[in-house]
Write a protein that binds this ligand. Structure first.
Ligand SMILES: Nc1ncnc2c1ncn2[C@@H]1O[C@H](COP(=O)(O)OP(=O)(O)OP(=O)(O)O)[C@@H](O)[C@H]1O
Ligand SMILES: Cc1cn([C@H]2C[C@H](O)[C@@H](COP(=O)(O)O)O2)c(=O)[nH]c1=O
Length: 206
């Protein structure tokens, strides 16, 4: 899909469950607003009609792989249409907690070909300007999920997350991707992400 001209900046934060994505999306959005930017923050799966079904399936039992892929694609198309593309067209910064790289990783970990998943997504979903992949070993990620007060769900089984992590790391050579180790403190990781985002905004304004 072609990028539209005069658009805002599209930043995506990815990684396996428990790496700190939601924490960092919130902090990055606040810091960029403090810099004077208009920022829209959001997440996938959304709380829309398709996203709700997917969220429920994490505790009630996963759908068939075909139905799961179909619903993630529909949820994303609706998200792009209703929120992401309008905000970018207005020149805003959009920061997402998960996007189609999660589909490559999680539905790829269930056996689908990540390249096929990517092609299906990129037929309608624009690439982000900056993809920040938080990387953490599965054991530490599970500890953090436990500290948050949650038990692990059907998407978060250790073997599944190991495969997801490998697929996320396979994206490292992409020119728009940066892998950031998530082993440091929340503040340390925030500083790194903010520096990468500011540098992206600076190069886009040249
Ligand atoms: N760098 C860090 N060091 C220690 N704890 C952290 C760090 N980052 C986040 N946490 C804590 O780990 C837990 C999980 O963080 P968070 O919910 O942001 O992760 P997430 O990647 O969004 O998870 P999920 O994908 O499951 O929604 C939270 O309790 C958060 O406070
Ligand atoms: C976008 C997307 C998400 N998932 C999975 C990954 C998570 O385990 C759950 C819920 O997300 P949250 O960030 O923990 O709230 O959904 C997926 O399998 N495929 C996707 O495309």
């Amino acid at each position: 899909m072609q990028d539209s001209p005069n658009r805002g900046t599209f930043i995506v934060i990815e990684g396996i469950d428990g790496t700190g994505k939601s924490t960092q999306v919130r902090m990055l959005a606040e810091a960029l607003r403090a810099d004077g930017h208009e920022v829209v923050q959001s997440f996938e799966p959304t709380n829309g009609q398709y996203g709700k079904v997917l969220r429920e399936s994490a505790s009630t039992g996963r759908l068939s792989i075909d139905d799961e892929l179909d619903l993630f694609l529909k949820d994303r198309a609706e998200h792009l249409d209703q929120l992401i593309l309008p905000a970018l067209a207005e020149g805003k910064i959009v920061i997402l907690d998960r996007y189609y790289f999660s589909t490559m990783a999680y539905q790829g970990a269930r056996g689908l070909d990540p390249t096929m998943i990517r092609e299906k997504n990129e037929a309608f979903a624009p690439q982000p300007d900056l993809l920040l992949i938080l990387d953490l070993d599965v054991e530490s990620a599970h500890q953090r999920i436990g500290l948050r007060g949650d038990t692990t769900n059907d998407f978060e089984k250790a073997e599944n997350l190991r495969r997801c992590r490998d697929i996320f790391l396979s994206l490292k050579p992409e020119p728009f991707a940066r892998v950031v180790p998530s082993t440091g403190s929340i503040e340390e990781i925030h500083s790194q992400l903010l520096e990468l985002a500011r540098s992206q905004l600076k190069s886009a304004s040249k």
